[in-house]
Design a protein around this ligand. Structure first.
Ligand code: COA
Length: 137
């Protein structure tokens, strides 16, 4: 498995299958755009299969804080340590900051607790009409 912190050599065609279960998922092109725009990213690439199989993004002010909006490993690649490696590499990149925040569902809390993260409250807005991230006309 290759772990990349840039999007060089990653094409939209290599990003199939992500956003599992999202009613209105971003397209592969939009996925590539959000990876490029994120201040930090780690992408797990299965070179033999010619595809990305996991990714994590962060947006940061570079001074105090970073937020991790997205982490996903393709279902058929889950359970073999890729998620752990993505988080390990990302928190390594962000460790000089004061705050590293993630919002997640209850079932993923034990996963993040393994990295020394702890539960707090989060407040969110979700504009479901914008879930796909499509560029507005
Ligand atoms: C959560 C997710 C990224 C984990 O990725 P993964 O590659 O399957 O995880 P790993 O194989 O690296 O697991 C690392 C360890 O965490 C454990 N683990 C994985 N998911 C877990 C969960 N939901 N709760 C508790 N432990 C979990 C594994 O058993 C493993 O334990 P081990 O070190 O004792 O072997 C993956 O399940 C996923 O993409 N889920 C759907 C999207 C999602 O929920 N993303 C998080 C959004 S905030």
């Amino acid at each position: 498995m290759e772990y990349r912190t840039d999007t060089d050599g990653i094409t939209a065609g290599m990003l199939e299958g992500f956003f599992a279960g999202w009613p209105d998922p971003p397209s592969e092109e939009t996925h590539l755009r959000l990876l490029r725009n994120s201040s930090h990213k780690v992408v797990a690439v299965d070179r033999k299969a010619g595809r990305a199989v996991g990714f994590i993004t962060a947006v940061s002010d570079g001074v105090l804080s970073a937020y991790i909006p997205l982490l996903e490993v393709l279902p058929e690649y889950q359970g073999i340590g890729i998620g752990r490696e993505l988080v390990r590499r990302m928190t390594g990149e962000l460790n000089h900051l004061y705050m590293i925040d993630v919002c997640c569902d209850d079932d993923v809390v034990p996963f993040y607790e393994r990295f020394g993260m702890h539960r707090t409250n989060g407040m969110i807005v979700r504009n479901y009409s914008r879930q796909s991230g499509k560029v507005m006309e």
